[in-house]
Design a binder for this molecule. Structure first.
Ligand code: ZN
Length: 171
């Protein structure tokens, strides 16, 4: 059974949100940890690390660049912090390492960018109202795939497929 990597921001770390404890791990960046000023929160974080329920991993720059590009495309770049861009980059890097990744945040820009990149998201506040399930659609032959990868060639005709909302659902 694969372990789920919950990529979390500082707000989520100390929210009442409870992860599915079994086979799951909280992951964040060292810059997010550095945002934590509150002493009880700091010591809780340290305890979780000692218990191996939590890890800090910093994405390599390639993934930060890709997250920033995604934020530009979605129009969120002006409202997202550098630390949050880095967090999205971390989720992307882990996903490409074939990890089971869920990004947990209550920040709409973070949720939107991550969702637009085809990664799994979770909003503990449930205020991110529109859930969009993205797939790929071929602009030439209209073939659709449930795959959430970008830059996928159409298996029917070889044309570059594009992201398309397969399903929108208001929560
Ligand atoms: Zn096609």
């Amino acid at each position: 059974m694969s372990q789920i990597y919950y990529v979390v921001d500082a707000g989520v770390l100390f929210s009442p949100w409870k992860m599915d404890i079994k086979d799951s791990l909280l992951v964040t960046t060292s810059n997010i940890i550095n945002e934590i000023r509150n002493k009880p929160s700091k010591s809780r974080t340290e305890t979780m690390m000692i218990l191996e329920r939590m890890l800090t991993i910093d994405p390599v720059s390639e993934y930060i660049t890709r997250a920033k590009d995604a934020a530009i495309r979605s129009g969120d770049i002006s409202v997202i912090s550098d630390n949050d861009i880095e967090l999205v980059g971390l989720a992307l890097m882990l996903d490409e390492e074939e990890k089971m990744v869920v990004l947990v945040s209550t920040d709409f820009a973070v949720l939107n960018i991550t969702s637009l990149m085809g990664l799994k998201i979770l909003d503990p506040s449930k205020k991110f109202e529109q859930e969009i399930v993205w797939g790929m659609r071929c602009p030439a032959c209209h073939h659709q795939e449930k795959t959430l990868r970008r830059e996928t060639e159409c298996p029917v005709c070889g044309t570059q497929m594009r992201r398309t909302p397969l399903k929108k659902r208001r929560l």
